[in-house]
Each structure stands twice: as structure tokens, then as C-alpha cells.
Design a protein around this ligand. Structure first.
Ligand SMILES: [Zn+2]
Length: 149
């Protein structure tokens, strides 16, 4: 259903191998469980809890790029699902602010090209309130009840 290839956005990306219906589970993220202190700087990792991370799996889940207008998001646990119909050949993306929530995360410049690009990828807690509420249902479960004010 998906494959990894060179992406215009980053070194590699994940793409749809066929037309995909909304709600389809695309990838279940996996990897070694790490505490923040165990994460190698610069290595691939995904924050999944306050002090819990997934390290690299070496598989497609390591290569899914960010977009501020993604076509995929988390629905149950670590299952990345299609938010809408996805055409064969389209790049699969999710919004990294749906996972990152470090108080000291400096953010990084975004060049996703979406009309509504936020310009900087930030921690969930540092998004404006409207954006946070919009993303909440696609965020990882540990974030769904957090930062409600
Ligand atoms: Zn963007």
C-alpha cells in the first residue's frame, strides 16, 4: 500500500502505492522504547509520551515527512490513518506537532509548501489554541487531554 522513495521535501518520504480510502491504517509506528535521556541527538525518534520515545524501526515509519496540511494522522495508538482519500503516488504526511510536546523544543523551519503552512514546526503545547484544538483528534493519545486551556 505504501513505499519509501526519495522525496522533494527531505531525503526520503513515504508514498501511496495505490488509491487509499479515508480511515485506512497506513503504518503502525514501532521501534525501541526510549527515555529522553537515551535518545541519540540527531537520530530518528518519535515522542509518544511525556518521557517516552520510539527510536528508529528501520522501516517506512521512520521516513514519513511532516506537513502542516497532512493527509494522515493518528487515530488509535500509534496507527497512522488516512485523513482523506489519498491518490496513488501522493506523498503520505502527518503533522509532527501531533507528537512533539517538549517544553524546550526549539522548533524547526517548515517548508511543506501547504498554503496554511505555519512556518515553524513547534511542540503541541506551543501551538496557538485554535491550531491545538484542530489537531487534537489526530494527535497521539498522550496529548489528547493535555493543554486544554
Ligand atoms: Zn508547513
Amino acid at each position: 500500500m505504501i513505499y519509501v522513495k526519495a522525496s522533494a521535501q527531505h531525503g526520503r518520504g513515504v508514498f501511496a502505492a495505490c488509491d487509499i480510502a479515508p480511515g485506512t491504517v497506513l503504518i503502525v509506528f514501532k521501534g525501541p522504547l526510549l527515555r529522553r535521556a537515551e535518545v541519540e541527538p540527531g537520530s530518528y525518534h518519535l515522542q509518544i509520551g511525556e518521557d517516552l520515545y520510539l527510536g528508529a524501526s528501520g522501516e517506512a515509519d521512520d521516513y514519513v515527512n511532516h506537513s502542516c496540511e497532512p493527509n494522515a494522522g493518528f487515530r488509535e495508538g500509534l496507527s497512522l490513518c488516512a485523513l482523506r482519500a489519498i491518490r496513488a503516488g501522493e506523498e503520505i504526511t502527518w503533522d509532527y506537532s501531533c507528537a512533539i510536546d517538549e517544553e524546550d523544543f526549539a522548533g524547526f523551519a517548515c517548508a511543506c509548501g501547504a498554503p496554511a503552512c505555519r512556518g515553524v514546526v513547534r511542540s503541541f503545547r506551543h501551538l496557538d489554541r485554535v491550531t491545538r484544538e484542530r489537531l487534537r483528534i489526530w494527535a497521539l493519545p498522550y496529548l489528547r487531554g493535555r493543554h486544554r486551556d
